[in-house]
Write a protein that binds this ligand. Structure first.
Ligand code: R5P
Length: 307
């Protein structure tokens, strides 16, 4: 039974499970939209649920983002034209964050452009551990209310429940320090951050660690994104060469491009575990309990004037 004031949660295709979890956790109304793809690949969005005067929460993990961003734009614009009060986005995986600088002459800064564009047609954002590196604060590029949910507590809980030996958390590169430190504090346990040199899209090299190693510990690798799997594979090789047993690999965002997941499974990783920010067979850490309060906090904020 709905009373018409609660938010409406709408899943873009592929996000139905998380959307349903959020409906229950928020006491929201489940909404329905359909997408029709014409023979020429253009898309038409139809919102079936009446939305006039209501806050609408769109749920869409933005991995493999190009097609999804167009769908998101069309859905948000349709909702606005139907009189939705606010259109908020839950994007557990936020794309285009790694091109946060112009690395070569003539390159653009995609993180900035995508952030500005999404901010133009959305009223708020909840995301999980976005790849903040050279950009320290999400508000430098997102000009709308935005809340970051950290996966550290959920990852730490999984580690405590599943790893019984004394352990050592390992971050594959400098960027991972921010996640590793948080998880290590929560477990609690020691951690080590490796030094990565990226040689190409698929190729990375990890330098031998300089700090003393404790090979009797279970090594638990933690990174934010597993994309080609190159970073995890190189880290596994590094740790094996340094005398550790096969490590456990934990990623926040399971991008797993092409056969990355298969290669990683064959590489001798003891276990591969991810959070459910992108639906994938490796998802073992459920974050909806952490996402729901962030959505509630966003909904409690007054609508921004002039938006
Ligand atoms: C990069 O800095 C990220 O934190 C990840 O380490 C990276 O995106 C992983 O990519 P791949 O799996 O392609 O090595």
């Amino acid at each position: 039974m709905t009373c018409g004031n609660e938010p409406i949660v709408l899943a873009l295709p592929g996000n139905e499970v998380l959307a349903a979890d959020l409906v229950s956790a928020l006491g929201a109304e489940p909404g329905r939209l359909t997408l029709h793809r014409f023979p020429d690949q253009e898309i038409c969005v139809r919102v079936v649920t009446p939305v006039a005067g209501r806050d609408v929460v769109l749920v869409c993990a933005l991995d493999r983002p190009n097609d999804k961003l167009v769908k998101l734009y069309l859905a948000a614009s349709t909702l606005r034209s139907l009189g939705a009060r606010r259109v908020l986005l839950v994007a557990p995986y936020l794309p285009y964050m790694r091109q946060d600088s112009s690395f070569h002459a003539g390159e653009g800064v995609s993180a900035l452009y995508i952030g500005r564009w999404l901010s133009d047609f959305l009223d708020g954002l909840v995301t999980v551990d976005p790849h903040l590196h050279r950009t320290r604060n999400l508000h430098e590029i997102y000009r709308m209310p935005a809340i970051i949910v950290h996966s550290a507590a959920a990852i730490a809980r999984w580690i405590r429940d599943n790893v019984s030996r004394p352990m050592m958390l390992v971050g594959p590169d400098a960027e991972s320090r921010q996640w590793i430190e948080r998880v290590a504090r929560e477990v609690p346990c020691d951690y080590l951050v490796l030094d990565k040199v990226r040689l190409g899209d698929h190729d990375v090299e990890l330098r031998p660690p300089t700090s003393p190693l404790k090979q009797d510990r279970a090594a638990v690798l933690v990174d934010d994104i597993i994309s080609t799997g190159g970073t995890m594979l190189a880290a596994i090789r590094r740790l094996r060469a340094d005398g550790f047993d096969a490590p456990i690999c934990i990623g926040v965002h399971a991008l797993f491009i092409d056969d990355a997941y298969r290669c990683l499974r064959r590489s001798g990783a003891q276990n591969i575990v991810t959070c459910n920010t992108i639906p994938h067979a490796s998802n073992a850490i459920d974050l909806h309990r952490w996402l729901a309060p962030a959505v509630r906090e966003l909904l409690a904020q007054p609508p921004q004037p002039g938006r």
